[in-house]
Design a binder for this molecule. Structure first.
Ligand code: G
Ligand code: G
Ligand code: MN
Ligand code: NA
Length: 257
C-alpha cells in the first residue's frame, strides 16, 4: 500500500522515465524499432528497474495509470522522432494483463493515438503468452480491432509460457520475440539451438517476423541471421538508453551510409 501511494505521487511528480532499447534488423544491421522500458527515478532510492514496482502496481491496480502514462509517453516520443525526420519503424510498449483485459482496450488505444497524433502503424504492443491464452475468443476480436487500426502485435518472452501452436495460427500476430533464455547459450548448447531453430522455422511458416531477445555476442547474431531470424535486440547492439541517445544512434546510422 505504501508503494502504491508512493507510485501515485510518482506519477503526479513525473518521476517515471522511459528508456528505449533498439531492435536491429539482422540483415541490414540497422535499427528497425525500439522497445520502451519504464523506470522510476525515485528521489531517494535512485533509478528503480520495473521489477521493483511493476509487480506491485499490478497487484494494487496502479498498473492502469502507469500503463497509460507509458503508452502516452512512448507515443509522444515516437511522434517527435517521426516529426524530426528519423526513419524509425516502430515503438514497442509492454502491456500488463490488467490493461489488456479492459473491455474498452482497443478504443483506449485509438483515442490515445489520436491524442498523440501518431499513426497506429508506428505502435507495437507486446503481450505475453499467458495474456493471449486467457480468453482466446476475446483476444482474437481485440487483435483484429488493433490490426484493422494498423497497430502491430508481438508476443513477448515467447517459449516461456504455455504455448499452443494453434493459437499462433488463429491470432493475428505480427512478431514473436524469442525469450532470451533460449538465446543465452547458442550456438554452443545443442538443445537451445534445436529449440531456437524450431521456433524460427515454425514462425516463418506461419508468416510471423522474429525478434531474438538478449543477443549479447556477434556469434549469436550471425547464427540467428543464418537461421532466418529477422531482428535482434540485446546488449550486443545497445542496452536500453534515453531517447536522446536513440536519436544520436539513428543520426549516426544515416551519416555512415
Ligand atoms: O528494462 P528491464 O530489463 O529491467 O525490464 C524488466 C521487465 O519489465 C521486462 O520483462 C519488461 O517487459 C517489464 N516492463 C518494462 N517496462 C514495462 C512497462 O511499461 N509496462 C509493463 N507492464 N512492463 C514493463
Ligand atoms: O521481458 P522483456 O523482454 O520486456 O524484458 C526486457 C529486459 O531485458 C529489460 O530488462 C532489458 O534490460 C533486458 N535485456 C535487454 N537486452 C539484454 C541482453 O542482451 N542481455 C540480458 N541479460 N538482458 C537484456
Ligand atoms: Mn518486452
Ligand atoms: Na521479453
Amino acid at each position: 500500500l505504501l508503494i502504491s501511494s508512493a507510485l501515485r505521487l510518482a506519477l503526479e511528480r513525473d518521476e517515471l522515465v522511459l528508456h528505449y532499447q533498439p531492435r536491429v534488423n539482422l540483415s541490414t544491421g540497422k535499427i528497425s524499432g525500439v522497445e520502451a522500458l519504464v523506470r522510476w527515478q525515485h528521489p531517494e532510492l535512485g533509478l528503480l528497474p520495473p521489477l521493483r514496482f511493476i509487480p506491485i502496481a499490478e497487484e494494487t491496480g496502479m498498473i492502469e495509470a502507469v500503463g497509460e502514462w507509458v503508452l502516452k509517453a512512448a507515443c509522444r516520443q515516437m511522434r517527435q522522432w517521426r516529426d524530426s525526420g528519423l526513419a524509425l519503424e516502430s515503438v514497442a510498449v509492454n502491456l500488463a494483463a490488467r490493461q489488456f483485459s479492459r473491455p474498452d482496450f482497443s478504443e483506449r488505444i485509438a483515442d490515445l493515438l489520436e491524442e498523440c497524433g501518431l499513426e497506429a502503424r508506428y505502435l507495437e504492443l507486446e503481450l505475453t503468452e499467458s495474456m493471449v491464452m486467457r480468453e482466446p475468443e476475446r483476444v482474437v476480436q481485440v487483435l483484429r480491432e488493433l490490426k484493422s487500426m494498423g497497430a502491430t502485435v508481438a508476443i513477448d518472452d515467447f517459449g516461456t509460457g504455455y504455448s499452443s501452436l494453434s493459437y499462433l495460427k488463429r491470432f493475428p500476430i505480427d512478431f514473436l520475440k524469442i525469450d532470451r533464455s533460449f538465446i543465452a547459450d547458442i550456438p554452443d548448447d545443442v538443445d537451445d539451438v534445436a529449440i531456437t531453430s524450431a521456433i524460427i522455422a515454425m514462425a516463418k511458416s506461419l508468416g510471423l517476423q522474429l525478434i531474438a531477445e538478449g543477443v549479447e555476442t556477434q556469434a549469436q547474431s550471425d547464427f540467428l541471421r543464418r537461421l532466418g531470424c529477422d531482428h535482434g535486440q540485446g546488449y550486443l547492439f545497445s542496452k536500453p538508453v534515453l531517447a536522446g541517445e536513440i536519436e544520436r544512434m539513428l543520426r549516426s546510422e544515416n551519416t555512415n551510409d
